[in-house]
Design a protein around this ligand. Structure first.
Ligand code: GLV
Ligand code: MN
Ligand code: MN
Length: 437
């Protein structure tokens, strides 16, 4: 774990293309904020995240934002509106997450936060009639507690007592980790969104191949697929690898293997369904011991909740049937059931126009990946703009993005700000008004 802050490069620039380069340089600089040297691993409330906050806070303050951390470990920078004298000055949140998967890429989440800062920088002191809050969410990937969206759930009041009681791998309960975080940050603010928030905008790499295939730099998200996560435990009987004949074994690993292959085959028959086991543990874990217990994660996604729920039920029934035939005991827990969500039609229309004004035909897309946007969308009108992912690659150290696409995203973002201002003042057919000084 890092305990010291890495050097934060001083980066400046005004033109949008220069700002795109600055944005990419900031993503690059944040590679240094990692729990393991040589890879990017940055989890909820870690020292690496603290180092990351040190850099991002400096960049936010450098463009005139007032910066705080909230009780859920979200980093929040506020760029005031032209007139802050009213009690309910409207605001737009622009954000994404600052955590990563183990050995993740440079842009998943981080890019959306850096684009938010760059858009404020591009305003160069100009104020809009609404305030802009840039949020770097503390946990979207769910690595530390096996529960995604901790930061955004907290923001919308959906971090429940059952979530707070979850333990990490070191036996630290989430509520204890959050209490320790609050004690270490005496100026911590409440983890709630401001009641005058009128919209949430998230930029994110697509993490898939569709935009690249279509030859488009940007896409407008219409729906985010729902997701289920579960843990399946196969309990067999461990025994001697040399003395136990094959027909007398109750091998938990071969049972799990049969199930994994069955899930892969079944998921492949349902259009749009994806099912993944990304984590597996096997006990005893010795070459000469028949595996007695295997735990598998299961992640299932589809844009229809009905289809997803039916698929999960089918996979569990398959596990039960394999286990019973092999005299294996089976347990399962469904840990996460996030419904699919349609984003806000008015903000989608604004995003369409913003992208189109940036010279890119707006293409609507469904996101297979989960995003903070899907949690916020339940309470705040939400839009999302995807940037093309070269090679469709993400959750991988070679994940990348094109500088020219970041430039296009900044153009679309500036258009969005102007259009959003018009929308707040009663949207009309006319051209959007620009921000006032
Ligand atoms: C987040 O990256 C997810 O979709 O798992
Ligand atoms: Mn991710
Ligand atoms: Mn992400």
């Amino acid at each position: 774990m890092r305990t010291t802050l890495p050097d934060c490069p001083e980066i400046s620039g005004t033109a949008l293309d220069a700002l795109a380069a600055v944005t990419l340089a900031r993503c690059e600089a944040l590679r240094e904020c990692t729990e393991h040297a040589g890879q990017i691993t940055r989890t909820f409330l870690s020292d690496a995240m603290e180092a990351c906050h040190g850099c991002v806070r400096g960049w936010m303050e450098g463009v005139g934002m007032t910066v705080s951390v909230d009780r859920a470990g979200n980093l929040r920078g506020y760029y005031a509106a032209s007139d802050e004298s009213g009690i309910d000055v409207p605001r737009l949140i622009i954000g994404s997450h600052l955590d990563s998967v183990p050995n993740g890429g440079r842009y998943d989440g981080v890019l959306g936060v850096m684009i938010g800062i760059a858009l404020v920088e591009a305003l160069s002191g100009t104020r809009c009639t609404f305030g802009i809050e840039v949020i770097g969410f503390s946990d979207e990937e769910g690595v530390r507690y096996g529960l995604p969206f901790i930061g955004s759930r907290a923001l919308v009041g959906k971090l429940l007592p059952t979530h707070l009681a979850r333990m990490d791998a070191d036996g630290v309960a989430m509520f204890a980790a959050l209490d320790a975080y609050a004690s270490a940050h005496p100026k911590v603010i409440s983890a709630q969104f401001h009641s005058a928030t009128r919209g949430y905008l998230e930029f994110h790499i697509e993490q898939g191949p569709i935009l690249e295939h279509a030859g488009l730099a940007l896409g407008v998200v219409e729906t985010v697929a729902g997701q289920s996560r579960a843990t399946i435990t196969f309990r067999g009987r461990s025994g001697h690898a040399g003395t136990t004949p094959m027909f007398l074994r109750r091998d938990a690993l071969t049972a799990a293997a049969e199930w994994l292959v069955g899930v892969e085959a079944a998921a492949g028959t349902m259009p749009g369904l994806v099912a993944t086991t990304g984590r597996i543990s096997c006990e005893t874990g010795a070459a000469n011991v028949i595996p007695g217990m295997v735990c598998c994660s299961l992640d299932v996604r589809h844009s229809s909740d009905e289809t997803r729920h039916a698929a999960v039920e089918g996979f569990l029934a398959m596990a039960r049937s394999i286990a019973s035939r092999r005299q294996i005991e089976l347990e399962h827990t469904v840990e996460h059931d996030q419904p699919a969500i349609n984003l806000n039609s008015k903000l989608i229309a604004i995003a369409d126009q913003a992208v189109s004004q940036a010279g890119i035909p707006p293409r609507h897309m469904t996101s297979g990946a989960g995003h903070d946007a899907m949690v916020l969308a339940g309470q705040i009108p939400t839009a999302m703009i995807f940037l093309r992912s070269p090679g469709g690659l993400s959750h991988h150290p070679n994940e990348t993005v094109l500088a020219e696409d970041v430039g296009s995203a900044l153009r679309a973002g500036m258009n969005f700000l102007g259009l959003f201002q018009s929308y707040l003042e009663e949207p009309r057919e006319s051209e959007p008004r620009s921000c006032t000084t």
